[in-house]
Design a protein around this ligand. Structure first.
Ligand SMILES: [Zn+2]
Length: 108
């Protein structure tokens, strides 16, 4: 299901983020929340999405005034992609940020 308010794909009939129960089936062009990244990794992610020809929407979480005060290093960016691109985009993220519990090498 899809929550229009949060632009998120959800598993339930009620949005766990905003408690909205007016959810519906997602459509191909619905913008879907992908991830939230700090300044540095959001630049890397942007490059990767471009390389994979995945159109995305980027929203800065902090207001511009705040970013000027604390510097861009602390800024967070939210990424949205259309529903039909979500699978591919999640793959890009999976390659970029492997799950933390997946430790391939354990050296002693
Ligand atoms: Zn919601």
């Amino acid at each position: 299901m899809y929550c229009e308010k949060c632009n998120r794909i959800i598993e339930t009939d009620r949005c766990p983020f905003c408690k909205n129960s007016k959810v519906r089936e997602p459509e191909a062009k619905d913008p879907c929340f992908l991830t939230e990244q700090p300044y540095l990794s959001s630049g890397i992610l942007e490059d990767l999405l471009k390389q994979n020809n995945i159109p995305y929407l980027k929203k800065d979480v902090m207001g511009a005034g705040m970013a000027i005060r604390v510097g861009p290093m602390f800024e967070m960016s939210r990424f949205y992609v259309s529903y039909d691109q979500l699978g591919g985009a999640q793959e890009v993220i999976g390659n970029l940020f492997p799950p933390a519990d997946e430790t391939e090498k354990e050296e002693q």
